[in-house]
Design a protein around this ligand. Structure first.
Ligand SMILES: NC(=O)c1ccc[n+]([C@@H]2O[C@H](COP(=O)([O-])OP(=O)(O)OC[C@H]3O[C@@H](n4cnc5c(N)ncnc54)[C@H](O)[C@@H]3O)[C@@H](O)[C@H]2O)c1
Length: 389
């Protein structure tokens, strides 16, 4: 006998919106959340060999890039969708937008679907500050931050909380962005000086963070700009043809990377010989490789963002949401009484199954706002049609 589908029954999938992530931050404080994500990242990088890793899959266009970032261990699969479109601000959209999911490896069932736009800023700052904790001079107090857009507050507050950095030297080609960052840092009780150039920002900085967005081989940091002993946290060069650091600056210090096969293609080191020596972070975190070996060394973190950081961030946010009672059940995968009878779901098509989370404004704006691909009519003279009578 055919069993009916369990109407309104779905597998348990937790949905975390950007409001939920903001609520986690409100409850715990941004510094503590960044530090918590950093702890998860370090724990996961230390068990590097447990993960099935691959460079992300990138689809490039003139305007930017859209990437898929998968990684898994024996129990959990993680994937992130993320874009990078440096000119998006001109149409009121962020440069970086992201979402992702965790799933069970044993069944493939998704357990968590989350926004990752805020979370990407948090996990990128967490990784940067974690690396600097291992590699920057421990007496660092001042950071230059070049590029004062969406990621910049997260970087500064991560370094403030995890390393005690309390003076920031800001530069952006857009002065409005620097004033916005200065205001937010002042609200957090941190000292901010707006500078006239990247070179001026680097003066007397112990740490230099570059987090600009431009799809070009930019030269934000050139030879002579960094004092001996500086740690360079190079975040914005993360795509072929999109770099920030002069090759001689990269070559001047030990370079630390997340996942070498991906960074060779996407990082600033894409401009160096393919055999230029780099050290993967997991080896430093595990104590198998040294970070800084001398106070006068220039050290470089060539950050591009690796899937394992998103895995760690989603596991932190999933646990935090559970502890704080945040998130909503997402009616994503139907629970079927008979898993071979998917068709049963269509037997009462008039019944609404599962809650809708929010009324989509785009529906009010009309279906064109959804940007659905329009089918192209098959030409009547196509070879297939011609061959038939
Ligand atoms: N490595 C990672 O894991 C990671 C993660 C997220 C974002 N990113 C990258 O970080 C960069 C910044 O991201 P965002 O979301 O803050 O972008 P954003 O567009 O909000 O901000 C970028 C800022 O850089 C400024 N800028 C551009 N060219 C500059 C220059 N030559 N000198 C000084 N300032 C300049 C812009 O005016 C803008 O204010 C992007 O390139 C993004 O792809 C990297």
């Amino acid at each position: 006998m055919t069993q009916p589908a369990l109407h309104n029954a779905h597998l348990p999938t937790l949905f975390l919106s950007s409001d939920d992530i903001a609520a986690v931050v409100t409850a715990r404080g941004l510094g503590a959340v960044i530090a918590g994500v950093a702890t998860c990242i370090e724990q996961d990088f230390v068990r590097w060999e447990d993960f099935d890793k691959s460079p992300r899959l990138a689809n490039h266009s003139k305007q930017g890039v859209i990437e898929l970032m998968p990684v898994s261990d024996d129990t959990t699969y993680s994937v992130k969708y993320v874009n990078g479109h440096p000119k998006n601000f001109m149409t009121g959209l962020p440069t970086v937008m992201a979402f992702g999911c965790l799933a069970r490896v044993d069944t493939g069932a998704p357990t968590l679907v989350s926004e990752l736009t805020l979370t990407t800023a948090i996990r990128t700052a967490a990784t940067s500050a974690l690396v600097a904790k291992h590699v920057a001079r421990p007496d660092s107090t001042t950071m230059a931050i070049i590029g004062n857009g969406a990621q910049s507050e997260f970087q500064c507050l991560g370094f403030a909380h995890m390393l005690g950095i309390h003076m920031f030297r800001l530069f952006d080609v857009d002065a409005t962005a620097s004033h916005k960052l200065a205001r937010h840092l002042a609200n957090a009780g941190l000292l901010a000086t707006i500078c006239d150039s990247a070179a001026q920002a680097c003066e007397s900085a112990d740490i230099v963070t570059t987090v600009t967005a431009d799809k070009t081989n930019a030269l934000i940091i050139t030879p002579g700009m960094l004092a001996a002993g500086t740690h360079l946290n190079a975040v914005g060069g993360d795509c072929p043809g999109k770099t920030e650091i002069h090759p001689q600056v990269l070559a001047s210090g030990p370079v630390f990377v997340e996942f070498e096969p991906q960074t060779r293609v996407e990082g600033d080191i894409q401009m160096l010989d393919p055999d230029f020596a780099v050290t993967e972070l997991w080896r430093v975190f595990k104590g198998e490789a040294t970070g800084r070996t001398h106070p006068a060394q220039i050290t470089v973190f060539d950050s591009v963002g690796f899937a394992l950081e998103d895995f760690s961030a989603m596991r932190y946010m999933g646990q935090a949401a559970h502890d704080l009672g945040l998130g909503q059940a997402l009616a994503l995968i139907p629970a079927l009484a008979d898993p071979k009878n998917l068709f049963a779901l269509l037997e009462q098509p008039h019944q609404r199954r599962g809650p809708s989370l929010v009324a989509l404004d785009t529906f009010k704006m009309g279906s064109s706002a959804l940007h659905m691909p329009v089918p192209v009519p098959v030409p009547s003279t196509s070879p297939t049609t011609q061959g038939r009578s």
